[in-house]
Ligand binder design. Structure first.
Ligand SMILES: Cc1cc2nc3c(=O)[nH]c(=O)nc-3n(C[C@H](O)[C@H](O)[C@H](O)COP(=O)(O)OP(=O)(O)OC[C@H]3O[C@@H](n4cnc5c(N)ncnc54)[C@H](O)[C@@H]3O)c2cc1C
Ligand SMILES: NC(=O)c1ccc[n+]([C@@H]2O[C@H](COP(=O)([O-])OP(=O)(O)OC[C@H]3O[C@@H](n4cnc5c(N)ncnc54)[C@H](O)[C@@H]3O)[C@@H](O)[C@H]2O)c1
Length: 445
């Protein structure tokens, strides 16, 4: 019987464990997770802090008992300290401090990511918070409830987490300053024409934007009192650090080959440079269809799919990832923004001779006066090959489904010219006869 060990049982690990136990017999699956809980949907943290949901109950979709009911042996609060790759043995410290070891035939690493801790003086003061785990969210909620004097919140990092939490704290009745070293929010995912829509939206709701500012120090005695950047000093009784994640490769032990950012390098079956070891989720690389090369994109969606792929390969069924395009979305005070693949700026940074075609129009014909908002769309493509490289959409209307088509287009290497004549339905309840996707493609240079 094949002995399989999974290290990490959050989104990636849980997807691999469920796939193995739902589809294969005669396997022995042992799971180790250092945390006390699994499957926490981090995206729910902002909804919880912003009082848009009552509590955390619905933010978990699995637990130790569910995995054990399927036949897994699950050790929670148990950290793998070291892996002996030569003898295929993992060494762990259990919740009560005991040492244990377990051997494997195949190993799946799902150790995820770690928040980047910027080296800022004062980062160790009370009320400086990382926001990754359920425990982090509970701690923030408790502090906000117990300390109404925590009024000024400084959020460092205006990426996805920072923007979502800025809204959340503002909804929670606090004064929010959003600080980023970049010149806008979401600069890794959208071009300025789109980030300005988000930044106008944030400002209109009272969030004070401090972009192009570099945090120099967090000040206070034992608790945070202010935050200093190269442009000014601002009152703060709580600082949220949301400056990105780095892959958690601590168990690689210089044995597994790493990508330039430290993620475990994997092939399309999720196998690492060691034939008995697979890596999935935030600790591993992905194949990026937009750049047609290896990349690192930390998303729950990639974690789940890579878990599924690894599970089948570990259990003997050859399956390859289709690659990803980093599709993502955000919804802030009713403004939806979705993107996939590369922004124009990112495409140029990667060396593409990239062009973009933009279009803005109402979702539906003007004679429809109900629930009919303008939509902005940008499609990025390679000038020479005409291959679609990315797309961005923004609207107060729910345009989220539209981006999935562009995700498939990038995956299947569709060109902007093929898009011109793609069969898209028309019904005035939904869209326009000449809709913005067709028009953006038709007007492409
Ligand atoms: C606030 C927030 C909001 C987010 N919102 C979204 C969203 O809306 N959409 C989206 O796609 N993504 C979102 N993400 C990103 C998403 O949560 C991650 O991509 C996802 O968690 C990756 O899953 P993972 O299982 O690979 O890694 P992780 O979630 O990091 O889990 C790794 C697991 O491994 C365990 N582990 C690590 N080392 C060891 C060890 N040595 N021994 C034992 N166990 C170990 C940890 O305890 C943990 O349980 C969000 C993230 C955050 C923080
Ligand atoms: N809706 C979603 O899809 C969603 C939601 C939340 C998180 N996530 C994912 O989770 C991961 C982590 O999200 P995140 O928001 O932490 O990372 P991120 O990479 O999205 O944003 C990090 C931000 O911090 C800024 N920054 C970096 N160093 C800084 C410094 N020293 N001072 C000030 N600003 C600094 C960057 O310019 C960037 O805007 C990402 O992969 C993200 O895609 C996705």
């Amino acid at each position: 019987m094949e002995k399989i060990i999974v290290v990490g049982a959050n989104h990636a690990g849980t997807a691999s464990i469920n796939t193995m136990l739902d589809n294969y017999k005669n396997i022995d699956v042992t799971v180790f997770d250092a945390n006390s809980n699994i499957s926490f949907l981090g995206c729910g943290m902002a909804l919880w802090i912003g009082k848009q949901i009552a509590g955390p109950e619905g933010l978990f979709y699995s637990d130790k008992e569910q995995l054990e009911a399927k036949g897994a042996k699950v050790y929670m609060n148990t950290k793998i300290d070291h892996i002996d790759y030569e003898n295929k043995i993992v060494h762990a410290t259990t919740f009560d401090g005991k040492q244990m070891e377990s051997s494997y035939d195949k190993l799946i690493l799902a150790t995820g990511s770690l928040p980047i801790a910027p080296k800022i003086p004062g980062a160790d003061l009370q009320n400086v918070q990382f926001v990754k785990l359920y425990q982090n969210a509970q701690e923030v909620i408790d502090k906000l409830e117990l300390h109404p004097d925590i009024q000024d919140i400084a959020v460092v990092g205006a990426g996805y987490i920072g923007v979502e939490l800025a809204e959340a704290f503002q909804r929670n009745g606090r004064k929010v300053r959003l600080i980023d070293v970049a010149s806008s929010s979401l600069s890794s995912y959208y071009d300025p024409e789109f980030t300005k829509l988000m930044d106008e939206n944030l400002s209109e709701h009272g969030i004070e934007l401090h972009y192009g500012e570099c945090v120099q120090a967090i000040k206070g005695t034992d608790k945070v009192e202010s935050i200093q950047t190269d442009k000014g000093e601002y009152k703060a009784q709580m600082v949220i650090l949301a400056v990105g994640f780095k892959p958690n490769n601590l168990l690689g032990d210089n044995h597994l080959k790493l990508f330039k950012n430290g993620a475990f390098l994997v092939d399309k079956t999720q196998k690492t440079s060691d034939d008995s070891v697979y890596a999935i989720g935030d600790c591993a690389t992905v194949y990026d269809n937009a750049i047609q090369d290896t990349n690192y994109i930390a998303l729950a969606t990639n974690a789940v799919r890579s878990g599924i792929v690894a599970a089948h390969n570990v259990c003997g069924t050859h399956l390859e990832s289709l690659g990803v395009q980093g599709s993502n979305g955000i919804h802030i005070y009713g403004l939806s923004m979705v993107s996939t693949g590369l922004s124009l700026q990112k495409a140029k940074d990667y060396g593409f001779d990239a062009l973009a075609t933009d279009y803005e129009d109402l979702q539906k014909p003007a004679f429809v006066t109900e629930d009919n908002q303008p939509v902005n769309i940008r499609i990025v493509y390679d000038k020479e090959t005409r291959r679609i490289l990315g797309a961005q959409m923004a609207s107060m209307y729910d345009i989220s489904m539209g981006i999935h088509m562009f995700s498939l287009a990038i995956q299947e290497k569709l060109t902007i010219d093929q898009l011109k004549l793609l069969d898209l339905f028309f019904l005035p309840h939904f869209n326009q006869p000449y809709n913005y996707i067709t028009m953006a493609a038709l007007t492409a240079k």
